[in-house]
Design a protein around this ligand. Structure first.
Ligand SMILES: [Zn+2]
Length: 631
């Protein structure tokens, strides 16, 4: 796809957790599985100081939720909003300033804490504290400059544990954990570039060595638009390898919406009639279990969608359904997918007749308790009207497969006001000079140094840095491991194992050092590494137990000779036929038997020698035989 001609614009907002205590109290910032108590709060949309109520806040209020908070050993009265926040954690501020310098941004003279309204209950206070630390930075990717207008430090929200009818459960362990928030300008113009900018900023943050590592510790919001589309914000992407996929899929979605809007215009589709029609009686004898269950005390309401035929299935249908769900229903039935869910062709046709629909027209049905069904139809109608206009501005939630689901309307700008409980922090020249004097190596510099020092290709060094394993790589090599082997494990084996669905994080750091030490001591060969890593990741075993489990361990040379001699003997005919060419075939068999216990090079040397010997021997015996046969 030619993204530049589509006018793709992507801006990133990167949230990285810092490895310090919490921002406004002394609680530690680790997640906790221990719940010490719970309490319930409900939030109402409050007006900002300018007297506006945010569209997103209003929609959230329509969801009628209450919020239950789980206190943990690492939450105190500050997280519960029973005690004012303490002064800002200066460790966190330092990391933010270091990051800002690496981003070539200009630190502010005085840091002011602001409150940003939060409407989904994810903070007990109803707002998130955030402070501008630096401005006007930039990064360079392949000679292109992407602006970094702001670097902020802010408190993380509570962790959503579950959501069920009417109640959301949040855990306070994460509330107050310091985050750096880095925003880029929307100058990114391809999905790959988005991934590279995200990777670059991620590696820059890791180079401070004071940020948290692992899934969920860095989260990206992706702001995406194309020409004729609108800005949508995908909130909280955790897997950086998926950034480009999310961008690609969002472009496809916006193209689909633009195309649908054009088709609706061509059909002169008028705004949808808002009042739903009660068609419960048509389903009195339905075979559809879902509809039958809903009709017990509920209604089947229909909404005509003039001009929408053929534009629902896999296109506008999921969009309409997502809006129906705001009202708390499970979803909608629409005419593009009929007959389905037990609703018959006849019932679908009866609905069409009842609504007096033409060939180009479609309909949506909601079967539920009446008030809820009415609310759902209202939401569907609103979204359908927007379909005629094109792409709505909204936030979307990432799904693991790279698709997204509707979140809420894009929040407006009227969401910040000063936090009066916390005095501003002066950023002194002395502090800045001290931090500047000990800035970590920039990624580009590091890539070059790794290449020179360890004799690796530039591409590999770049990947080590971008994957965030550069520090680990160097530590392992300094501890005596072989650079190429470490690079292979970190860059190829690890991602491969992760793709198989195994948890690489389960392998502890010390275990990795131990594994390479065992390799160095010849306790197994390098071919055994991937298999051992798999066992360690899947069974949580240490390297020694894993080696035992895999049955690897160095084999005495006498045993190696014996095994390989047997293999050559078994394949005598093949060797006679193919002579030296048999080596390749025998290697496969030999490695199948000895993998992990003997180095591949040793196996091939011994095999080659044995094959040579067998061939010499047969040559001799053939020559020897000539005598008696042909006297
Ligand atoms: Zn606390």
């Amino acid at each position: 796809m030619d993204y530049r001609s589509l006018g793709l614009k992507v801006g990133l907002e990167i949230h990285q957790q810092l490895d310090t205590a919490k921002l406004f109290c002394n609680c530690n910032s680790e997640l906790s599985e221990i719940v010490t108590s719970t309490f319930v709060r409900s939030l109402r949309p409050t007006q900002s100081e300018l007297g506006e109520i945010d569209a997103a806040a209003l929609e959230e209020a329509r969801r009628n939720l209450r919020f239950r908070y789980e206190a943990t050993p690492n939450s105190c009265l500050v997280e519960a909003d029973e005690e004012p926040p303490h002064r800002m954690n200066m460790d966190a501020m330092e990391v933010a300033l270091i990051a800002a310098m690496l981003l070539r941004a200009e630190p502010v003279d005085e840091v002011h804490v602001m409150r940003k309204i939060v409407i989904d209950g994810s903070t007990t206070t109803g707002f998130q504290r955030t402070s501008l630390v630096a401005m006007n930075g930039h990064v360079e990717i392949d000679g292109k400059t992407i602006g970094v207008p702001t670097v902020e430090v802010e408190e993380d929200a509570s962790r959503k544990i579950s959501e069920r009818a009417g109640e959301v459960i949040y855990r306070l362990d994460r509330q107050g954990v310091p985050l750096i928030e880095i925003s880029t300008t929307p100058d990114i113009s391809t999905p790959e570039e988005a991934a590279r900018v995200a990777g670059h900023i991620g590696s820059l943050l890791r180079s401070t060595k004071r940020v948290k590592r692992g899934l969920g510790k860095i989260r990206e919001d992706l702001n995406i638009s194309i020409r004729g589309g609108a800005r949508t914000e995908i909130k909280g992407v955790q897997d950086l390898r998926m950034v480009s996929t999310f961008v690609e899929k969002e472009v496809e979605r916006q193209l689909m919406l633009i195309e649908a809007a054009n088709e609706l215009a061509r059909r002169k589709a008028a705004p949808v009639q808002k009042a739903p029609v009660d068609l419960s009686r048509l389903f009195a004898n339905t075979r559809s279990k879902i509809v039958r269950d809903s009709l017990r005390g509920g209604k089947v309401l229909a909404l005509p969608l003039p001009g929408f035929a053929g534009l629902l299935k896999g296109k506008l249908g999921p969009e309409l359904a997502a809006h129906a769900r705001i009202a708390g229903v499970g979803g909608i039935f629409h005419s593009d997918e009929m007959p389905a869910y037990g609703i018959s062709q006849e019932e679908a046709e009866a609905v069409r007749r009842e609504l007096a629909l033409g060939e180009d027209d479609a309909f949506a049905l909601v079967a539920d308790e009446e008030a809820r069904a009415r609310k759902a139809i209202e939401e569907v109608a609103k979204r359908a009207i927007f379909a005629i206009r094109g792409v709505p501005e909204e936030t979307r939630e990432p799904r693991p497969d790279g698709s997204t689901a509707y979140g809420r309307p894009l929040p407006g700008k009227a969401r910040m006001y000063p936090e009066t409980d916390i005095p501003p922090v002066q950023i002194g020249r002395q502090l800045l000079d001290r931090l500047r004097a000990s800035l970590p190596e920039l990624p580009a510099v590091k890539i070059e140094r790794l290449g020179k020092t360890y004799g690796l290709h530039e591409q590999q060094c770049r990947q080590l840095v971008e994957d965030g394993v550069d520090v680990l790589f160097e530590e392992l090599v300094v501890a005596g491991a072989e650079a190429r082997q470490v690079a292979t494990v970190l860059l190829y084996n690890f991602p491969e194992i992760a793709r198989e669905g195994l948890d690489i994080e389960a392998i502890r750091r010390e275990e990795l050092f131990e594994l390479f030490k065992m390799l160095r001591e010849g306790m197994f060969s390098k071919e055994a590494l991937p298999g051992l890593l798999r066992i360690m990741a899947s069974k949580g075993l240490g390297p020694r137990e894993a080696a035992e489990e895999a049955g690897v361990g160095a084999m005495p040379m006498s045993e190696v000779e014996k095994r390989l001699a047997a293999i050559v003997e078994r394949n005598r005919d093949l060797v006679m036929q193919r002579e030296e060419g048999a080596l390749k075939a025998l290697m496969g068999e030999a490695m199948g038997e000895l993998r992990g216990r003997v180095d591949g090079k040793v196996v091939s040397d011994v095999l080659r020698r044995r094959i040579g010997e067998l061939l010499d021997l047969s040559q001799d015996s053939r020559q020897g035989k000539k005598g008696p046969e042909h006297p």
